[in-house]
Write a protein that binds this ligand. Structure first.
Ligand SMILES: NC(=O)c1ccc[n+]([C@@H]2O[C@H](COP(=O)([O-])OP(=O)(O)OC[C@H]3O[C@@H](n4cnc5c(N)ncnc54)[C@H](OP(=O)(O)O)[C@@H]3O)[C@@H](O)[C@H]2O)c1
Ligand SMILES: [Zn+2]
Length: 367
């Protein structure tokens, strides 16, 4: 079968390779699930792996099959698989357990290990191929009504984890009644976070840089949320009108925005950090003021990375609700289809050139 691979450590090495089709017997004890891949989403991670910024091949290989955002259909199950059936639509988690205690209890997204095993990213092959085999523990059923947008499951799990954990942490409040939320960034993750906060009944204000008319701003407003360009209105000015924010989800990739968000978090509020900031930027911030407001206002901020199956399952339910509540909205996020694995170069080019892309994805196969 075909697979899109890179040679880790070598920039611009994306290529198509013929690899062996996996078998359900690759997983021991009759627990293998063979999934035919239908679509795979790509994002900045794939671009950065192809730029040789990170990514490693599994032991015994000199190539890595990339792709971590999978959607497919179960084609065969081992005799001891009871959780899934042939014909189920599914998505798979990305990280696989390492050695820490947290890995051993299914919360591999909370690992304390320094090495991550991530399908399509580090030390494990990914999904930009025709089939994969895995244990049902890592495979989540996607409701059939979500078939058209099932490729959004992995980014959904990232947005959901931050929000779900924020609610869990806020159990410190005994009764917490959040009313207003802010989302920093209206890329793929910011749009999904805006959606999930709207579904939870919050009044949402989402911030991007671009000045409307702007497609992502329209998408925000279609949810009944408010879009604000930070080029026109500062976060502080907007917070006076639309805050105080009980919950803020930050995903701009810009660490400066984190501290502006912190300054505008409401009392008892929670700030979710998800931006991966690989740079080495130093900033001057009003440290005394931010600290004092956090202390006097009982505020908190926390980081959130990756997701385990719990957040995929919550995501599947929320996507199904969104399909009913906002018909067609999620489909509009699927802006840039690429036809077939053969067009891997077009996929890579779009990752650098398509500035208006929300989700670039490869149509790997028909059912
Ligand atoms: N924690 C995790 O597990 C995880 C997983 C995947 C990705 N990530 C990270 O999550 C972040 C978001 O991902 P994404 O795919 O949604 O990225 P994206 O498409 O690049 O979106 C970033 C958004 O932030 C906005 N932005 C940037 N600077 C801003 C500013 N100063 N004020 C207001 N808005 C600003 C951008 O607006 P304009 O387009 O108008 O400039 C854009 O809407 C990235 O940092 C990514 O690396 C985290
Ligand atoms: Zn991704």
């Amino acid at each position: 079968m075909k697979a899109i691979c890179v040679t880790p450590g070598v920039a611009d090495s994306a290529h198509l390779k013929e690899v062996e089709k996996p078998s359900i017997n690759d997983v021991p004890d009759g627990r293998g699930v063979l999934v035919k891949i239908l679509r795979v989403g790509v994002d900045g991670t794939d671009r950065e792996i192809n730029a040789a910024e990170y990514g490693a091949a599994p032991d015994g290989y000199d190539y890595l099959i990339i792709g971590h955002e999978s959607f497919g259909i179960v084609e065969e199950v081992g005799p001891k698989v009871t959780e899934l059936q042939v014909g189920d639509y599914v998505a798979a988690t990305v990280r696989r357990p390492g050695n820490s205690f947290y890995d051993q209890i299914g919360t591999y997204d909370m690992t304390t290990d320094d090495v991550y095993f991530e399908r399509g990213i580090n030390l494990r092959h990914g999904y930009l191929t025709e089939y994969y085999v895995d244990s049902p523990e890592y495979i989540i059923e996607v409701p059939s009504r979500c078939r058209n947008i099932g490729v959004l499951m992995e980014p959904t799990s990232i947005a959901e984890k931050g929000i779900v954990q924020a609610y869990e942490i806020q159990r410190r409040m005994k009764i917490w009644r959040p009313k207003k939320a802010a989302v920093m960034g209206t890329g793929t993750l910011g749009l999904l976070a805006s959606l999930f906060l709207v579904l939870r009944g919050l009044q949402v204000t989402s911030f991007g840089r671009k000045v409307p008319p702007y497609k992502n701003a329209e998408l925000v407003e279609e949810l009944g949320a408010k879009y604000i360009s930070t080029k026109e209105t500062s976060i502080s000015e907007a917070a006076k009108e639309h805050g105080p924010f009980d919950i803020i989800s930050e995903g701009t990739g810009n660490s400066g925005v984190v501290f502006e968000a912190a300054e505008n978090l409401g009392k008892n509020g929670v700030l979710i950090l998800t931006s991966i900031t690989g740079g080495g930027r130093n900033l001057e911030i009003p440290a005394d003021k931010i600290n004092l407001d956090f202390v006097l206002g009982n505020k908190l901020m926390f980081g959130s990375v990756n997701a385990n199956r719990e957040y995929f399952e919550i995501g599947a339910k929320d996507l199904a609700q969104a399909v009913s509540q906002f018909p067609g909205w999620l489909d509009k996020l699927l802006t840039h289809p690429v036809q077939g694995l053969d067009n891997y170069q077009q996929m890579m080019d779009l990752l650098t050139s398509a500035k208006d892309a929300i989700k670039i994805f490869v149509e790997v196969a028909e059912e």
